[in-house]
Design a binder for this molecule. Sequence first.
Ligand SMILES: C[S@@+](CC[C@H](N)C(=O)[O-])C[C@H]1O[C@@H](n2cnc3c(N)ncnc32)[C@H](O)[C@@H]1O
Length: 280
Amino acid sequence: MASSDTTDPAFAHLLTYIEDSLAFQTSSYNDAYLDRRISARMRRRRVDEYEAYEELLRDDEEEQQALLDALSVNVTSFFRNPDVWEALRDVLRDLSSRGGRRDPITVWSAACSDGREAYSLAMLAHDDDQVDERRIEIVGTDIKREILRAARRGEYHASETNDLAEQLEPIGDWERYIDRDGDVFQVKDKLTDMVRFKRRDLIREDPPGTFDLVVCRNLFIYINAESKRAVFETLGSALETGGYLTIGMTETIPPECRDQFDPVEKRLRIYSASDAAAQR
Ligand SMILES: C[S@@+](CC[C@H](N)C(=O)[O-])C[C@H]1O[C@@H](n2cnc3c(N)ncnc32)[C@H](O)[C@@H]1O
C-alpha cells in the first residue's frame, strides 16, 4: 500500500520537485487532491514511499508525463448538469433583452477544458429564438495549450465512458450544430466561428476582457483557498455591471468574496455582479 500522508516531509519534497522541475504549479492545488493523484501513480508503479517515487520520477521521462497527465483534470462534457443550462437559457434571454439589437453579449468560459462548455453556450444561443446568436461573442480559456488545440478543432470522439449523443440530448435537434460520423462528432463552423480560444492562467493572469456572463465551473474543487480567492477576484473584475457568474454545482464562493456577487439561482450557483462590485 502506498503511504498517504500529506504531512510527511517527503510529500512536500516531492511537490517541490514537481513544481520546480516539471513545471506543474503544485502550490496552487489542494494537498488532498494532489495526494490522490500521486498515490494513484505510485500504486500503478508499485512504489510505497513518496521518496522512492521521487527517485523513480527523476529518471523516468515516461512517468513524468504520466504524472502530469494524471494531475491535469480535464473532465468535461456538453451541457454538464443540464438543470444549470436551463437556467443559463434565462440568463442569455435576460442579457438579450438589454442593449441595442447590435450590441455584443460577451461570454467567457473560464477553464474551458476541451471546449465543450463553450460550444454548449453557442448551441444554446442558436437554439433559443429570444436570443440573437449573432450578438453572442464567446471566449474560452484554459491553462493547458494542448487542450486548447483540441477545443479549436472541435472534434470529439464518443466512447463507452463518453456518450456524446446522450450529453447533447438537452439541446434536442443537436445535428443542426454537430456533424456525426460514427463515433466522431465534429462541431460545425457556425459554432466554431462564435468562439475564440486563448491560453490564460486564472490564478496568475488578468482576465481576457470584460464580460456579461462568466462561466467558471469545476476548477475550484481542485485548488487551495488562496488560489480560489485570487480566481474570484479575477472573475469579479471581469464582470460587466449587472453581469452574471456561474460556478460548479458543488462549489462555493469564499466568505471574503461574497459581497461581490448576489445569488440569482443559489442551488445552481448562478450569481450576478453586486452593487458592491460595481463601486470598486
Ligand atoms: C475539470 S475541468 C472543468 C471544465 C469545464 N469548466 C467543466 O466544468 O466541464 C478543469 C479545467 O481547469 C483547467 N485549469 C486548471 N488550473 C487552471 C488555471 N490555473 N488556470 C486556468 N485553467 C486551469 C484545467 O486545465 C481543466 O481543463
